[in-house]
Design a protein around this ligand. Structure first.
Ligand code: ATP
Ligand code: MG
Length: 345
């Protein structure tokens, strides 16, 4: 692990969304395309995270492969020595380190996680799993096993990233230098050249984050959505009665979200996009334009997706899993030695 590691993973519990794409996949792909020689790039499918909330298990294997295909369609090169694409459950050290970290983590610490509170409130007590409660610990293991410093995540993962930093510092204080501490969210966004961590909102209810596990999916643009259907979702996005396009996420969250999406699709700064449409009074015309851009983006993405060779994805998984196991096991052994499970050499 001589090169600094950049790592990200996206839970394969449903098709990925444009929130996942712009929040986590694209920053990673940009690094992979521009700076792969300087860094080790770890893109993985966190398949063990997939069923912290209930899923259809008959679809999981296909979804894992689909996540791999989506990374490739988004531009992840598979033929570079510094780029790894692996499935979490094929690297057992993730589960083993999680157990050890569990024992150094307070129940209160996990109970404070906002995502846990939100998701468990929706599920109701008897459907809330222990897995959902403690998934940030598995996520910390995912990061710490490879000494990843840079972890592109959306704003929703702020608390979980903070926990990964806390637990690594806590273990280092107890046992000496075991882990590389990942950077805090602000430093991550700086590194990835973004002004601030991204949070694309649900189109139907712009007070909540767009999420792939949303029950209705009405306000969610999935990367595999039919482009016309996706355009309809944009046309029916909830806005306001101010009849003036402005970027003001507090007072005009719906319109601001559409401006944000437009800026991302065009690869332009939000200020430029706002300046171009500021004050426009016809939301219908504005939405039509965003809808067309979304449909165009999805059409192009889906052409690339259809071209991805499954065998290439599977061989990348297998090749990378060998490397990932070697690296992860080396870190795990250090931790096992530190906590007294293995003799120290
Ligand atoms: P779920 O509903 O299953 O939690 P999710 O859409 O929140 O799905 P995750 O697998 O939890 O997706 O997160 C994958 C990555 O995508 C994370 O880095 C997360 O920060 C990022 N992400 C998720 N939703 C958004 C969003 N709306 N805007 C920006 N980034 C997002
Ligand atoms: Mg999530």
């Amino acid at each position: 692990m001589s090169k600094p590691v950049i790592l990200t993973g996206l839970r394969a519990n449903n098709d990925l969304t444009i929130g996942n794409y712009f929040g986590a996949i694209l920053p990673m792909i940009e690094m992979a395309e521009r700076r792969a020689g300087e860094f080790q790039i770890n893109m993985f499918v966190p398949d063990l995270h997939s069923f912290t909330t209930p899923i259809d298990h008959d679809r999981l294997l296909e979804q894992i492969l689909q996540a791999g295909r989506m990374f490739v369609a988004a531009g992840l090169p598979l033929d570079h020595d510094d780029i790894n694409l692996y499935r979490q459950s094929y690297v057992p050290a993730h589960s083993e380190l999680t157990w050890i970290l569990d024992c150094f983590t307070g129940v209160g610490e996990m109970g404070r996680m906002i995502e846990y509170k939100d998701k468990s409130a929706k599920l109701g007590d008897d459907r809330v799993s222990v897995g959902l409660f403690k998934y940030p610990i598995l996520m910390a293991a995912d990061i710490l096993l490879y000494g990843a410093i840079y972890v592109p995540v959306g704003e929703d993962q702020r608390q979980h990233l903070e926990y990964a930093r806390d637990i690594s510092e806590r273990m280092n204080t107890h046992f000496g230098e075991l882990f590389t501490v990942p950077l805090p969210l602000e430093k991550q966004t700086e590194f990835f050249g973004k002004g601030q961590a991204l949070r694309i909102m649900d189109l139907a209810d712009p007070s909540k984050k767009m999420s792939k596990s949303d029950e209705s999916g009405k306000g969610v643009i999935f990367l595999a959505d039919n482009p016309d259907e996706a355009a309809k979702k944009i046309m029916s996005a909830t806005t306001d009665d101010k009849a003036s396009v402005n970027y003001n996420p507090i007072e005009q969250p719906g319109i601001s979200n559409l401006l944000q999406i437009l800026a991302l699709l065009r690869g332009h700064p939000i200020d430029d996009v706002e300046a171009a449409y500021k004050g426009q009074s016809s939301y219908g015309d504005f939405k039509r334009m965003v809808a067309d851009e979304v449909a165009g983006f999805l059409t192009a993405f889906q052409v690339k997706l259809a071209d991805v060779d499954d065998n290439a994805v599977i061989s990348a998984f297998e090749r990378s899993e060998k490397i990932a196991n070697e690296q992860a096991n080396a870190t795990l052994l250090k931790v096992q030695q530190a906590v007294g499970l293995r003799p120290r050499d």
